[in-house]
Design a protein around this ligand. Structure first.
Ligand SMILES: Cc1ncc(COP(=O)(O)O)c(C=O)c1O
Length: 493
């Protein structure tokens, strides 16, 4: 906040046409003094961060104070934290330091949020710059330009292979999805039913829990939305049925049964092209296309939820990977973009008043999110020979090694087929027959051994990795898997 009193008003000086007038804000942001100060801070962060070189146990002497912090956090939360994780505020790429001084490989990154890892100098710099903003929050009514700038950069890339034209920001994935649902329902009013895939996940608002296919998250809650569930693509089931075409025909028949039973009553079909929480299930283009063709014919909006998949697959957008961009009417993004957004085509641009809210997000999230999308586009990450595919192959190689050394940990799981799966930066593997209690125990044991993983799936369950791929080097995989091997060994015992 400025502390010096304002200067008395000087007489207005006519602006010469050759001099571009500059706002006070533009002057502040162009200040070389501030730029130098930010550079200095970023260098200092990098110097501290460089002290982290690998996983390590808690520092002696910090155990008690850490336990006290955990107890305080649990008292606030009303229950113990699932993982004993409280960060110290410093990390280095895939490494993160906890407040007890331990350092871990972060292979889940806040469930997919910190895709460029911890203490990334460029992103720290963008966040520091946001500290100059006059307010922390931006809203629907008044906002600085950063919110629109993130929308612009997302739309620039989205438009390459879709008809998406506009974007509206939201403070969480669930809220971006709520906005998407409103857009679809208003467009197709009075249609109020929703089509969704089995095992889908949409977020934790009351409506999104009603749509998401998970009993645990909505126990005791009213179901506010009529949802008709469709089977997701299942290569195992398709081959048991006698081939892909038979599986697709059966799915189209099921969809048609719903649209015939409830004519003109479906506002949208929600597509998660690679399911996240549901188990990192990878879809299939022909399967999706057949269902999307039915939606087109019946005037059902095609809504693509890429909140978990965006940025981390072998193409920036999952719809590009499956070559389905032309079908997408409404689209949601979140997690690694820091601020969440709902994108829609001109046809789905809603009436004034439908999308609003006190906050749309913070300058920091918008600036950092923009840099993330810009860097994703500028890097050599995507495509057949991109680094995300290479990282995925290395991940599978590591799992194959584990399976060869410890076959007893990997009994066959017929419903899954391949015990190492996923796509790009969505990686899963399935030890211990995919039994939930054993997978959870394995996640906790891996945490103790220096690597943070999580689980996914509704049975069979899987160990899930959402690693910070742009921040990783290929030689780090064996180091990560050495910790995983120790964790699984503990869990197996
Ligand atoms: C596909 C999908 N949609 C929506 C959400 C909800 O996002 P948020 O937790 O930010 O509300 C998630 C979160 O995991 C998700 O994976």
């Amino acid at each position: 906040m400025p502390t010096t009193p304002p200067a008395p008003h000087a007489a207005a000086t006519p602006v010469s046409p050759s001099i571009t007038p500059q706002t006070v804000g533009a002057g502040l942001h162009a200040s070389t003094g501030i730029a130098a100060a930010i550079d200095g801070i970023v260098r200092e962060i990098a110097a501290h961060s460089a002290r982290l070189t690998g996983e390590r146990p808690p520092l002696p002497g910090l155990k008690e104070s850490y336990e006290a912090l955990m107890a305080r956090a649990a008292a606030v939360r009303g229950r113990p934290l699932l993982y004993p994780f409280l960060g110290s505020g410093v990390g280095r790429g895939p490494l993160v330091e906890l407040a007890d001084g331990s350092v871990k490989w972060d292979m889940v990154c806040g469930i997919g949020v910190h895709f460029f890892g911890h203490s990334d100098p460029d992103l720290c710099g963008a966040a520091l710059k946001a500290g100059l903003d006059d307010t922390v929050k931006h809203g629907n009514l008044v906002s600085n330009f950063e919110a629109y700038e993130l929308g612009e950069v997302l739309l620039t890339h989205a438009k390459k292979q879709s008809r998406l034209k506009h974007a509206y920001a939201a403070t969480s994935g669930a809220m971006a999805n709520e906005n998407a649902l409103k857009v679809c329902m208003q467009k197709h009013s009075p249609a109020q039913r929703v089509l969704a895939f089995r095992d889908c996940f949409m977020g934790r608002s009351l409506t999104m829990l009603a749509v998401g296919d998970s009993h645990a998250g909505r126990e005791g809650l009213p179901i506010s939305t009529h949802v008709d569930y469709m089977p997701f693509w299942d290569a195992q089931a398709a081959s048991a049925m006698g081939g892909k075409a038979k599986f697709i025909d059966a799915a189209v028949a099921k969809l048609t049964e719903y649209t015939d039973r409830y004519p003109n009553q479906h506002a949208c079909f929600i597509f998660e092209l690679v399911q996240g929480e549901g188990g990192f299930n990878v879809g299939d283009r022909d399967f999706f296309k057949a269902l999307m063709d039915v939606c087109r014919a019946k005037r059902v909006a095609i809504w693509d939820d890429e909140i978990q998949t965006f940025g981390r697959l072998p193409r920036m957008f999952a719809y590009e990977h499956f070559d389905l961009g032309e079908y997408v009417d409404v689209f949601c993004v979140g997690k690694m973009t820091q601020a969440c957004m709902t994108l829609f085509t001109e046809e789905y641009n809603p009436k004034a008043g439908l999308l609003s809210g006190t906050f749309t997000g913070e300058g920091c999230s918008f600036r950092v999110g923009r840099r993330i999308v810009e860097r994703l586009a500028a890097g050599e990450y995507y495509g057949e020979n991109g680094s995300f595919n290479r990282h995925h192959a290395l991940f599978r190689e590591q799992v194959a090694g584990l399976m060869a050394r410890h076959p007893a940990w990997f009994p066959a799981v017929p419903a899954v087929g391949d015990l190492a799966g996923g796509l790009g930066g969505m990686m899963r593997f399935t030890p211990f027959g995919g039994e939930k209690s054993k997978i959870m125990a394995a996640c906790k044991a891996c945490f103790e051994e220096g690597v943070i993983l999580f689980y996914c799936g509704h049975g069979p369950h899987h160990m899930r990795l959402l690693p910070p791929l742009p921040a990783m080097t290929e030689d780090q995989w064996p180091r990560v898997f050495a910790c995983i091997e120790r964790g699984l060994s503990k869990a197996a015992a």
